[in-house]
Design a binder for this molecule. Structure first.
Ligand SMILES: Cc1cc2nc3c(=O)[nH]c(=O)nc-3n(C[C@H](O)[C@H](O)[C@H](O)COP(=O)(O)OP(=O)(O)OC[C@H]3O[C@@H](n4cnc5c(N)ncnc54)[C@H](O)[C@@H]3O)c2cc1C
Length: 413
């Protein structure tokens, strides 16, 4: 019997496996994919992540210190930071690098095997898999569930699933003259969310968008518009859709099991970025598991320390970010254009880009700064009465003002 089985070889699962294997525990990682890390993603990751989880420079496509935001009324505002705040990376290589280190420390990988059933018993977890060589069964003392968005396994364990999500769609495109990240806003582009062009290697970019519905149609429209501008020459692959959780699971632990990463909904609701938070959460999961394994105390009671700790670190960000996201979804094009125009003309956009309160990964301070701004905050307050009439929305602007008071019961869509 293994000490730990990890389901999912994404950033969350590989980092958990690496930390556990380096501490001497026997670990098996199971993933239904054959190519580790090859999951739909843009690979735009903040600098803080690489300070903590270093990357081989050969895996970096480019550094990012500017972005161009295009408003619904086609006004263009550039944000430029004094130093690079993020990198566009080869996500597959970066995620696989964690798996290589985990393997070097003794973790075993079973790829091309889908976990179909989990069974908890008093002294172990049974994991049933389905792969090319048929079905098989493994056992472990504990399990890290890092199976990403849409996993049925959460539900099997009675942990439910993230209460809100959005669909991301993306394809690699050949480009003409795109040297910086572009963010496109507007109801015709990506209602309530945004579309992006993120340059990778010279002459190529990842084009994508996040929406609640009609992703393929919205993507076709976005591509047609960029082609007619001459920015995009052609799509070099078919676009792929995948879900992005916007809210965390209420409970991310049970007897002998911790849920980590997208499976737990540990994602920035503002942008849908989840690599850094997945890595951080897996480190917290490792800390909680190590102690519990050492003491052979793997009850839900003991493992609950994991949820306390990751919530201490992330829950303000997830809650404030989700409130901001909901406010943004209810803004009309005229509000968004007006916010962007005023942010630019008042110098606030430049001030924001240079402000130490602005971080690629921690958005609550920046959101607070925007809501406290005399003009931009005023526009949001104008929208507030409309919001409060919508029974399902929990007064998001007031929540933003107090920044940390949103309860777990925020109403999902
Ligand atoms: C379009 C799009 C763009 C994105 N861009 C960014 C970005 O630029 N920056 C960023 O930080 N984040 C981005 N994200 C989010 C990011 O990809 C995820 O937050 C991150 O990959 C989560 O890591 P994870 O380890 O939790 O899950 P995943 O990376 O999803 O890994 C889960 C793994 O579990 C495996 N698995 C699932 N079910 C089973 C099963 N039953 N049996 C065995 N294996 C299973 C899967 O094959 C997968 O390999 C993007 C997401 C999308 C959809």
């Amino acid at each position: 019997m293994q000490d730990v089985i990890v389901v999912g070889a994404g950033p969350a699962g590989n980092n958990a496996a690496l930390l556990l294997a380096s501490s001497g525990f026997s670990v098996t990682v199971i993933d239904s994919r054959v190519n580790i890390g090859d999951k739909l993603c843009t690979g735009l990751v903040g600098e803080e992540c690489f300070r903590r989880y270093p990357i081989d420079p050969l895996m970096v496509h480019r550094e990012v210190n500017s972005a161009c935001v295009i408003s619904p009324s086609s006004e263009l505002v550039r944000f430029e930071t004094p130093m690079p705040v993020a990198k566009v990376v080869d996500r597959v290589a970066y995620v696989a690098s964690f798996a290589e280190k985990a393997t070097a420390n003794g973790a075993e990988y079973q790829l091309g095997n889908r976990v179909v059933r989990l069974e908890q018993s008093k002294d172990r977890i049974r994991v049933f898999t389905d792969g090319q060589n048929g079905t098989s069964q493994l056992e472990s003392r504990a399990l890290v569930l890092a199976s990403g968005f849409g996993s049925q396994l959460n539900r099997q364990l009675g942990l439910g699933e993230p209460a809100d999500y959005v669909v991301g769609i993306q394809a690699t495109v050949r480009t003409e003259g795109i040297e910086e990240v572009e963010v496109h806003l507007g109801r015709d582009v990506a209602p309530g969310f945004f579309a992006w062009l993120v340059p990778t290697k010279p002459g190529y970019a990842l084009a994508g968008l996040m929406v609640r519905k009609n992703a393929p149609e919205m993507f076709s429209r976005f591509m047609a518009a960029r082609k007619s501008e001459g920015k995009v020459r052609e799509e070099v692959e078919k676009p792929i859709c995948w879900g992005i959780p916007l809210r965390p699971l209420k409970k991310t632990f049970t007897d002998r099991v911790l849920v980590v990463g997208d499976a737990a909904g540990q994602v920035k609701p503002t942008t849908g970025g989840g690599i850094f938070y997945s890595l951080l959460a897996s480190e917290i999961a490792f800390g909680a598991l190590k102690q519990s394994l050492d003491e052979d105390q793997l009850s839900a009671n003991r493992l609950g320390a994991y949820q306390k700790e990751w919530k201490n670190l992330l829950s303000t960000e997830l809650e404030v970010g989700y409130s901001a996201r909901r406010v943004f979804e209810y803004l009309g094009d005229s509000h968004v254009s007006s916010l962007i125009s005023q942010a630019s003309s008042s110098g606030f956009a430049a001030e924001l880009a240079a402000s130490p309160e602005v971080s690629f990964d921690w958005h609550s301070s920046m959101i607070g700064k925007i809501t406290r701004h005399p003009t931009l905050g005023g526009v949001l307050k104008l929208v507030n009465p409309l919001l409060s009439r919508m029974a399902k929305v929990p007064e998001p602007v007031e929540i933003l003002a107090s920044e940390s008071s949103m309860s777990e019961s925020g109403t999902p869509v």
